[in-house]
Design a protein around this ligand. Structure first.
Ligand code: ARG
Length: 272
């Protein structure tokens, strides 16, 4: 059974601006955010996932984005070190929860940033790692050495796609969704050479966070408003589902950001 970590949006809101989607003048509707979050939560339960909950904390509005807690690899949790001061207070809460659940916590040295599964996604036995906006390439290299896995660091070049999970989503060990303009030529070549089947999303759906999908087996959950991607997924034998998450898009996140897979992503060959 897939195990997914989520965090209720009790204290979610736009209290600062650390990415181009966030505008403190564009407030979140708390009731709407709660109902959208519940929609995603209940959908994941219906797909057979076991959802665990990280307790929300007042003053940490982005704690809902559990993808950024860390990178999970088997029993190890490589803890995030957030680039922005506004999110650094999340780390002790993530550490405590992961430790209590029996994960072995791995820390980076000071002075390097790493934003967890938001910037590091397995496709097969390769870790695709985004750097520049939020995570440092040095962290990705250290992760590769530590875990003994191949890491392909790719530069993120568009500030709207500041985490790799906003523009890239492995589906299986051989197939992924992506938004090519979020990468430079070299990054695109690296991804094209490594993954045989790639589904490119259009700009309009990339802006609705089409790439920020939760994958459970052949089921793919995205924000509402991504019909082109859903059509393509259906034709390739997947079962896409849309659930409205626009309150979270106001903070620069969607389905995938709101989840952390504790037992390994579908596409990760170590999954267990
Ligand atoms: N407001 C949050 C930030 O800018 C959104 C994080 C979204 N998470 C993700 N994995 N893409 O850090």
């Amino acid at each position: 059974m897939p195990r997914i970590l989520m965090c209720r949006p009790d204290f979610f809101g736009i209290e600062y601006e650390i990415n181009p989607w966030m505008n403190v003048q564009v407030a979140v509707d708390p009731a709407q955010a709660m109902s959208q979050w519940n929609g995603l939560h209940d959908l994941l339960l219906a797909l057979g996932a076991e959802v665990e909950l990280l307790p929300p904390v007042e003053g940490l509005p982005d704690l809902v984005f559990t993808a950024n807690a860390g990178l999970i690899y088997k029993r190890r949790a490589i803890l995030s070190r957030f680039r922005h001061a506004q999110r650094q207070g999340e780390s002790p809460h993530n550490r405590r929860w992961l430790e209590e659940k029996g994960f072995e916590i791995v820390d980076f040295d000071d002075g390097q940033d790493f934003e967890g599964a938001g910037d590091a996604l397995f496709c097969g036995d390769t870790l695709f790692a985004g750097y520049r906006m939020r995570s440092d390439a040095t962290c990705h290299q250290q992760i590769g050495a530590m875990l003994g896995v191949r890491v392909l660091p790719v530069e993120l070049v568009d500030t709207r796609y500041y985490h790799i999970d906003t523009c890239f989503c492995p589906l299986t060990t051989e197939e992924a969704i992506w938004y090519p303009p979020a990468f430079d030529d070299y990054g695109r070549q690296v991804i094209e050479a490594a993954i045989p089947h790639l589904i490119a999303v259009e700009q309009i759906e990339a802006e609705r966070f089409a790439c920020n999908a939760v994958v459970v087996g052949r089921k793919v959950v995205t924000n509402a408003g991504c019909p082109q991607l859903h059509g393509e997924l259906t034709s390739r034998g997947y079962e896409p589902t849309a659930t409205p998450l626009d309150e979270f898009v106001k903070a620069g996140g969607s389905a995938k950001c709101l989840t952390l897979r504790l037992d390994g992503e579908e596409a990760a060959s170590w999954r267990g």
